[in-house]
Design a protein around this ligand. Structure first.
Ligand code: 5GP
Ligand code: MN
Length: 344
């Protein structure tokens, strides 16, 4: 049995909206990850089973390894279909905001969503949700938005309406947001949900291969290069950094998504509990931060790199050179040393 995490009043409220609605748009965050796409598609399949007209709009493209999911080809990219997307958003009865907590996380779509007259629902697990939705289902303790989507559908009494395709998407979101159930995944109810998803006949072993074993040769070579030449370990701070410049990315024929997961690798070094990955982008340096245990990498990202996210997985941006970014990181290490070296 599952604990009733989502407030009953919010479920009832959304159920009423749903009964009265025809057109629903699902929106997820910029550079969508497995949970953004998995939760969106999981909800999409369910809503379509309820005979709703459903569209998913995300700000920009998502990685290849998520494209096998049923319905993925129907997802609209705002940066490529702005006119159609604006029309759908303005005509929607409900807009579901999945896997993000603040309008700036949907980038150029923010105004269109904010100004739409639709009823808005947020389903998310990032801390500190902004108040821009009529119903906010924000539960940071949960593994993923996909888990919340499962809980929402089953609490509305529609467990039977989750199809095999929908279950695959929900499972993918739960799996990717927990690193294949290796972090943020100790709640036993996660495994109850997986058991329910398996009863829909999903092949979880096959999903794992589709997501994690479809890399290109150049990604593996880039990984080898970064680990051999670009990783710096700071044992006195229990930390490590990796960085990649535009030039290096070009040399390895980098395509979007190729560096996915690199940030986690230094965490496998004994004693390393905090890692930052700096990757040069068009006009800025994109940061991915990861930690294990209690170190708040979201706080670090917010303080130095205008970012945020979860306790153990966060991100940010830096406008300046790589060496300036690394200098700021080192200052941060000094300030946060007491937390980084605290006895467990
Ligand atoms: P990733 O490193 O996988 O790109 O991002 C990890 C997490 O950090 C995301 O799930 C998201 O919560 C957060 N995040 C990533 N980039 C940003 C950013 O630029 N700003 C904020 N506030 N959060 C971010
Ligand atoms: Mn998520």
């Amino acid at each position: 049995m599952l604990t009733e995490v989502i407030d009953q009043t919010k479920i009832d409220h959304f159920h009423k909206w749903l009964d009265k609605s025809e057109k629903i748009v699902i929106v997820a965050h910029v550079s969508p990850d497995g949970d953004a796409i998995g939760s969106s598609l999981g909800f999409y399949h369910f809503l379509r089973s309820k005979k709703k007209e459903v569209n998913i709009i995300v700000p920009n493209a998502f990685p290849e390894f998520l494209k096998w999911m049923s319905g993925a080809q129907d997802i609209l990219f705002y940066d490529q279909n702005k006119d159609l997307a604006d029309k759908l958003l303005s005509e929607a009865d409900i807009i579901c905001c999945l896997d993000f907590n603040a309008l700036k996380r949907i980038d150029t779509m923010a105004d269109a969503v904010k100004n739409a007259s639709a009823c808005k629902l947020m389903v998310d697990h990032h801390p500190f949700p902004e108040d821009f939705c009529g119903i906010t289902m924000s539960y940071p303790a949960l593994s993923s938005t996909s888990e919340l989507i499962f809980r929402l559908i089953s609490r509305m009494g529609y467990l039977d309406d989750i199809s095999k395709e929908g279950a695959e998407c929900i499972y993918t979101g739960m799996m990717t947001d927990t690193g294949g159930f290796t972090y943020n995944s100790n709640n036993r109810e996660i495994y109850f949900i997986i058991s329910e998803l398996l009863s829909k006949k999903i092949d979880k072993d096959d999903i794992y291969r589709k997501v994690y074993s479809t890399y290109s040769e150049s990604r593996l070579r880039l990984m080898g290069y970064i680990l051999y030449s670009k990783m710096k370990v700071y044992p006195e701070y229990h930390s490590a950094l990796i960085s990649l410049s535009n030039e290096e990315l070009k040399e390895f024929n980098y395509i979007k998504g190729d560096s996915e997961g690199f940030v986690n690798i230094p965490l496998t070094i004994k004693g390393v509990e905090f890692v930052v990955f700096f990757r040069e982008d068009k006009d800025m340096i994109k940061l991915s931060l990861r930690s294990v245990g209690k170190f708040p990498c979201n706080k670090f990202a917010a303080e130095y790199f205008g970012g945020g996210g979860h306790l153990n997985a966060s991100g940010g941006e830096f406008y300046g050179t790589m060496s300036e970014a690394i200098e700021i990181f080192k200052q941060g290490l000094k300030k946060y040393k007491p937390l980084l070296t605290a006895k467990k």
